[in-house]
Design a protein around this ligand. Structure first.
Ligand code: IMP
Ligand code: MG
Length: 186
């Protein structure tokens, strides 16, 4: 843990060494899954998946395309509509390609439920999901998560790409944020 970031952290859930070991395993699973399946593009969801995406792509033993999307996180108001706004779309056409969406954490599942539909509508050959973290208890929208790094409890998590108000993304371990810090900030 970087000592200058300690103040806001309640506890370390998963240290960087374990995260990286697990990502290497996921890389092997993904390599095996797509061995004979043609073109694969990994699609990172900005910005939370940046660290996971880089490390995961480096762990895949196959030529992969790399692309990114950025989507709006919805507030209370947009919850009922269930739609997610695309802030930055893919650079490349996905039709006929295997797409692996790479996400930092699956919470309600709404973001991925929507993204899968969009990419299927664009005639991707297949759409699968790899997420670093899965907050399973919070799921309200069905989403089949194909590759999971770690299941995590229903607490607010930061680090290894995940933020609170755009902070703590470069905390190297996956951590629980202190409630007092969170309350002080709002
Ligand atoms: P979902 O559509 O509810 O599954 O939203 C998932 C998104 O919410 C993730 O991509 C994160 O950006 C954000 N998120 C959910 N839980 C956490 C958390 O504990 N820490 C940081 N971001 C989170
Ligand atoms: Mg996100």
């Amino acid at each position: 843990m970087k000592s200058n970031l300690n103040d806001a952290i309640e506890k370390v859930l998963i240290p960087r060494s374990e995260i990286e070991k697990r990502i290497a395993e996921l890389g092997k699973e993904i390599t095996e899954e797509y061995k004979d399946k043609g073109e694969l593009v990994v699609v990172g969801i900005l910005r939370g998946a940046a660290m996971f995406m880089s490390n995961l792509a480096l762990s895949i033993d196959k030529n992969v395309g790399i692309d990114f999307m950025s989507v709006s996180s919805y507030g209370q108001s947009s919850e009922s509509s269930g739609t997610v706004r695309i802030l930055k779309d893919l650079e490349e056409d996905v039709s006929g390609k295997n797409i692996l969406i790479v996400e930092d954490i699956v919470d309600s599942g709404r973001t991925l439920n929507y993204l899968i539909k969009i990419l299927q509508d664009r005639d991707a050959k297949s759409v699968k999901i790899a997420t670093l973290l899965d907050k399973e208890d919070r799921r309200t929208s069905y989403v089949k998560v194909d590759f999971v790094g770690f299941k995590v409890p229903n607490e607010f998590i930061v680090g290894y790409g995940l933020d609170y108000a755009q902070k703590f993304r470069n905390v190297e371990d996956i951590c629980v944020l202190k409630k007092s810090f969170y309350e002080k900030e709002i």
